[in-house]
Design a protein around this ligand. Structure first.
Ligand SMILES: Cc1cc2nc3c(=O)[nH]c(=O)nc-3n(C[C@H](O)[C@H](O)[C@H](O)COP(=O)(O)O)c2cc1C
Length: 204
């Protein structure tokens, strides 16, 4: 076995090691609003659903490489109580999602750069959702936990938008197998599709 004492690795190596092991990671494509009103959109793969009563999600936000300051998403979530919207990313949105990962100055909107249409029909948050995303979760910030340079934002999910084609009204289930969501893999630019399924029966 290779053995790694993370305290002895150089800066950046723990990330490379662990982000290559904890895969695939779901991607939260997050919209927030700055105090100036600019709509900010960015992808976060330090993300998961962490509980259901109440439903909570968490995002891990690192400082911006260029400035060492909080990324715009982290800044916006800490600064004003407008909440945020987490969109799930499908294959059709992959290219646009990637475009929104550019570290733009706070005054510039990734929505415009990636040609994304914001829809102002959210119910519980003062933040628009992305029209083309297959599903959108409206969240309020429940807590922000800082561990070293990480900001972990815990959000309570309050409202869900889902494209009609992804809902089976008879079984009251999401047609996940038709959503074609993607996950983030190892390395800078690798992703995976989610079409290769198998099922296991749970032991009683
Ligand atoms: C697929 C993907 C996942 C990412 N996940 C994270 C993450 O979990 N945490 C993070 O700090 N940055 C992550 N990034 C980088 C941010 O998206 C990037 O720094 C972005 O510019 C931040 O935007 P903001 O300043 O508007 O919040 C990710 C980038 C991509 C392409």
């Amino acid at each position: 076995m290779k053995r790694f004492d993370l305290s002895e690795l150089s800066a950046g190596e723990p990330y490379k090691l662990l982000a290559s092991l904890v895969v695939p990671r779901p991607i939260a494509w997050v919209s927030t609003v700055a105090d100036t009103g600019v709509v900010n959109i960015a992808p976060y793969s330090f993300f998961n659903l962490l509980g259901s009563d109440p439903p909570i999600v968490a995002l891990g936000i690192a400082p911006a490489k260029r400035t060492g300051e909080p990324k715009d998403t982290g800044h916006n979530l800490g600064a004003i109580g407008a909440g945020f919207v987490v969109h799930l990313v499908d294959e059709a949105s992959a290219e646009a999602m990637n475009q929104t990962a550019a570290e733009l100055p706070a005054g510039e909107s990734e929505a415009e750069r990636a040609n994304l249409e914001p829809v102002y029909d959210t119910v519980t948050v003062a933040v628009p959702r992305i029209a083309s995303a297959p599903a959108a979760l409206e969240c309020r910030v429940a807590e922000i936990v800082c561990v070293g340079n990480n900001r972990v934002v815990i959000g309570e999910v309050l409202f869900v938008h889902l494209q009609d084609r992804l809902w089976d009204d008879e079984t009251r289930r999401v047609r996940t197998e038709e959503a074609h969501f993607i996950g983030r893999m190892h390395g800078g630019g690798f992703y995976t599709r989610t079409g290769d399924l198998f099922a296991l029966e749970r032991p009683r």
